[in-house]
Design a binder for this molecule. Structure first.
Ligand SMILES: [Zn+2]
Length: 403
């Protein structure tokens, strides 16, 4: 009981790791049906599992919609600052503690978008399927990360199990030849009349001015792209936010498909009910539905993959497989992010990740729980000795009052 009182955080974390296993989330779901996919699984490398507390937290921070990211960071920054300031200590020490939490949170945010780390990869059991991404950027796009080359992008995709990716710069044709580690395919993301249209295949020249005046002129773009042999896909979040009432017109004018998942923070808030409506429209008109990493060089993990079936067109030609934590972004109000995001993260842990979490919590707990003898230095040496002391003393240790 004394140990519990002195180290409440460790015990709360242990409880969360164990209790969340009662109602677990699958590693992946089919974005159309919500069921785990039959032909695909998420493989977590040893390095990812060994560092599970860091891996899982950084993944969970990557899969936040923009509003939820803001809410989560604000609530945790205030809570950590208050906790640091209110713990009994000298005023100077309190001030340092109050600053430490928000600074650590900022560092974690920076690590989420830049820290090199081991990442999970999609594996398929069906060789007829191609794991593909339909929408990604390099530094050639105005909002792409500086120095993010086509080769960086190909490596980013290959590490996560992709076998090919379209590169869709903003209003610019991708014309580089990259075959290794995976082939990169040419496309363009056209910005016209408040809508982004991902065109797959070589599509220049298109007179953007002609199609960008208003929704009516935008409708002509789909036929123009067909004349270039390109497929056109309406991108998120634009069709949801700016053209929701125009979707039937888009389809009638020749649009070939819709993104139903897009990992960009602005697009992650797309609600499941809206996704259901778009899926119904696409199924009825036999249109393509796709997922998009929309990678711009930031972040190490994708929230979505596509399993493309060759020789088939339309609705059945592509299966969208996503991380459930990303799909849940549209289901929870932003202000709940501070507690729903951690809870969804814990529910999504595999058994190997849970074992890793428990090991890390116990190691830190034992390190912190055993009183150091005078003159003992901190560091890993004390941990080895502590384990010995802990084992021998714990059962007979008399309870001592807390601080
Ligand atoms: Zn994009």
């Amino acid at each position: 009981m004394n140990l519990l009182r002195r180290h409440p955080i460790a015990f709360v974390l242990l409880a969360l790791v164990v209790v969340s296993a009662i109602d677990p989330l699958p590693a992946l779901v089919d974005a159309a049906t919500g069921a785990p996919p039959a032909d695909a699984d998420l493989a977590r490398p040893l390095g990812y599992v060994a560092a599970a507390p860091l891996s899982d937290v950084l993944d969970a921070l990557t899969f936040l919609s923009l509003d939820r990211a803001r809410a989560l960071l604000a609530v945790w920054a205030v809570a950590l600052a208050a906790w640091g300031a209110l713990r009994p200590a000298a005023p100077r020490r309190r001030a340092v503690r109050a600053l430490l939490g928000p600074v650590a949170l900022l560092a974690l945010g920076g690590a989420t978008v830049t820290l090199p780390r081991s990442v999970p990869r999609l594996v398929t059991s069906d060789s007829a399927l191609t794991v593909i991404d339909y929408h990604a950027h390099t530094s050639a796009s105005h909002d792409g990360r500086r120095g993010w080359t086509a080769l960086d992008l190909a490596r980013w995709h290959a590490a996560q199990g992709f076998e090919a990716s379209y590169v869709t710069e903003h209003n610019l044709l991708f014309d580089q030849r990259v075959q290794q580690p995976i082939p990169l395919l040419p496309g363009v993301e056209w910005s016209v009349a408040g809508q982004h249209i991902v065109a797959l295949a070589d599509t220049l020249p298109v007179d953007r001015g002609r199609f960008g005046r208003d929704t009516r002129s935008l409708l002509g773009l789909f036929g123009e792209l067909h004349r270039h042999g390109a497929l056109s896909i309406a991108s998120l979040p634009e069709y949801w936010l700016a053209h929701w009432d125009d979707l039937d017109e888009f389809v009638a004018a020749g649009l070939d498909g819709f993104e139903i998942v897009n990992c960009a923070p602005k697009a992650l808030a797309f609600p499941a009910a809206r996704r259901g409506q778009v899926l119904a429209l696409a199924a009825a008109r036999d249109l393509l539905v796709v997922g998009a990493s929309d990678n711009h060089g930031w972040g190490k993990v994708t929230c979505v993959w596509n399993l493309a079936l060759s020789g088939v067109r339309g609705y059945r030609s592509n299966q969208v497989v996503a991380r459930p934590l990303a799909l849940a972004q549209g289901e929870w109000l932003p202000w709940t992010a501070a507690y729903t995001q951690p809870w969804l993260m814990f529910r999504g842990l595999s058994w190997s990740e849970r074992c890793s979490w428990i090991t890390w919590i116990l190691v830190v707990l034992i390190y912190r729980a055993v009183p150091r003898r005078a003159g003992d230095a901190g560091g890993l040496g004390i941990l080895a000795r502590s384990l010995e002391v802990f084992k021998l003393r714990w059962p007979r240790k008399p309870t001592t009052p807390g601080p």
